[in-house]
Ligand binder design. Structure first.
Ligand code: ADP
Ligand code: GLC
Length: 483
């Protein structure tokens, strides 16, 4: 069975968040399960700059676009066990940033990703790669299904038999653009209709995925239920309820070959669950790397690794700083994103210089050192479709403190002092008091060394295996192909 996997970022080539980790790992497990998979991603400047030796899989395919003809080349990495293909268009992708820069989102994002999708569909025929399933991810690629099912491609027998899966990694981002975009990206004007892509006077790219996919998936079972409620539905809950029977929640996994503290080259010392001594060295180095005094006594260190966005509950944490520092804990924050949140963080850093270390940047190695050096990992999200950082925290022995929402609830079990089971600490109320309450419970367990060592062991032993989750995607694809 052939699967074309369309995605706007893929690790380790181009990454802004968890979507890239998923796109880097899931296809490799699907390939190992015997599927013939090809991943398609834009050929961004940062991929070009990596100096990879790529081969040209398709050369200057003519694609009608905005009244002219664009030439599309497809590049592939010959070193991977399945093709990872990059769609080249310098006008759209040869710039700093994947989705935007310091001035905000790029104004032509709708056109950029629509072009990418249209070009992938074109290249499938040229390669040729006659996909049984087109698997799209989030709004950037959901729009591919409008081309597949609502244009002349639907009458072309090469495309007509293709089935599709749309995975929602985050419903908060829908890809909203003015009505006029339909004409510029070559989609029929009749799609500007509430039963099609129209959404409160705009064109909604994600709606194309929700309406036209054979099956809609999301990245944890609880988030699959949450998005069908007004609280988490971002205006699409009615539509999602209508498709409720076709919505499947499949938990993301972790690529433990890439996330392993016993072999991670970015750490100052390596360790295992059986011999965690190296973790103490990671903690010491982390204090230094964040410019915090290394405490003489053993003080708990809490870490946060996140996009700085409203979703992540960063405001809750900022409100809680005073209460947390009063308990004697220190915090390191690695994050980048929303400028108001960046400034609020930096201001807090100035207020609590000996308690709080802050780095505003995106740094993969540093993220790993935070997981390794922290005693606890904070994930106070207001909503979280799956969340990967809490799972990395578990594997690196940083006990997660999470809000009860989405995938955080599905992956973390509250520590139970009665029988020593559990992997973390959870709170429901999205407030500083809720967060500080969970931290207080965690610190009380931390003060008893044996108890704490047991919680770390419980977490490091947890397996969120991609093999199992990939198996669920395989079943889904097979069921669709058989229809
Ligand atoms: P989301 O995709 O919503 O951002 P996830 O928890 O699914 O959240 O994935 C976040 C991914 O991005 C993880 O791999 C995490 O380590 C990484 N990450 C987030 N912020 C940073 C940062 N500032 N520097 C390096 N890595 C980061
Ligand atoms: C999104 C979500 C995150 C999820 C990731 C990968 O970015 O915010 O919760 O883990 O996608 O599916």
């Amino acid at each position: 069975m052939k699967i074309a996997f369309l995605v706007s970022e893929v690790a380790p080539y181009a990454k802004t968040g968890g979507l890239a980790d998923v796109a880097g790992a899931l296809p490799s497990y699907l390939s190992r399960a015997g599927l013939d998979i090809a991943v398609f991603c834009p050929f961004y400047k940062e991929v070009k700059r990596k100096g990879l030796t790529l081969i040209k899989a398709a050369d200057r395919l003519p694609l009608p676009w905005k009244g002219g003809i664009e030439l599309v080349s497809v590049w592939a990495d010959p070193t991977t066990p399945y093709p990872i293909c990059f769609i080249e268009h310098d006008g759209y992708f040869e710039r700093d940033g994947l989705y935007g820069d310091e001035n905000g989102d790029f104004a032509d994002n709708g056109e950029r990703f629509a072009f990418f999708c249209r070009a992938v569909l074109k290249s499938l025929k040229a390669l040729p790669f006659e996909a049984d399933i087109i698997h799209v991810n989030d709004w950037q690629t959901a729009i591919a299904l409008a081309y597949l099912t609502r244009t002349a491609l639907a009458e072309d027998e090469f495309y007509a038999r293709m089935r599709s899966v749309c995975t929602i990694h985050n419903l908060a981002y829908q890809g909203l653009f003015p009505q006029a975009i339909l004409e510029s990206i070559g989609l029929p004007g009749r799609l500007f209709h509430p039963e099609a892509l129209e959404f409160w006077g705009q064109v909604n790219f994600l709606k194309a995925g929700i309406l036209y996919a054979s099956t809609v998936t999301t990245v944890s079972p609880r988030y699959g239920r949450e998005i069908q409620t007004p609280e988490f539905g971002f205006g699409l809950d009615g539509l999602l309820r209508r498709r409720g029977a076709d919505i499947v929640g499949i938990l993301n996994g972790v690529d433990y070959s890439a996330w392993d503290p016993s072999s991670d080259p970015s750490l100052p010392a390596r360790y295992t669950s059986a011999d965690p001594t190296g973790k103490a060295a990671c903690k010491r180095e982390l204090f230094k790397e964040f410019g915090l005094p290394v405490p003489r006594n053993d003080l708990p260190l809490l870490g946060l690794v996140t996009r700085l966005a409203g979703q992540k509950g960063v405001d809750i944490l900022i409100d809680a700083f005073g209460g947390i520092f009063a308990l004697g804990a220190k915090i390191v924050v690695l994050g980048e994103g929303d400028s108001a949140l960046q400034n609020a963080m930096l201001a807090a850093g100035e207020r609590y210089p000996s308690f709080l270390g802050i780095k505003i940047c995106f740094d993969e190695g540093l993220a790993r050192r935070v997981y390794a050096g922290s005693d606890m990992l904070l994930v106070p999200s207001r909503f979280e479709p799956c969340g990967l950082t809490q799972m990395y925290g578990l594997r690196y022995g940083a006990v997660p403190i999470v809000r009860i929402t989405g995938g955080l609830d599905d992956t973390i079990e509250e520590y139970n002092p009665a029988d020593g089971t559990g992997t973390g600490f959870k709170f429901a109320e999205p407030s500083a008091a809720g967060l500080v309450g969970a931290i207080r419970r965690a610190l009380s367990a931390y003060s008893r060394k044996n108890v704490w060592a047991g919680i770390i062991r419980n977490g490091m032993a947890r397996e969120f295996s991609w093999a199992r989750s990939a198996g669920r995607y395989v079943e889904l694809y097979e069921a669709l192909a058989a229809k």
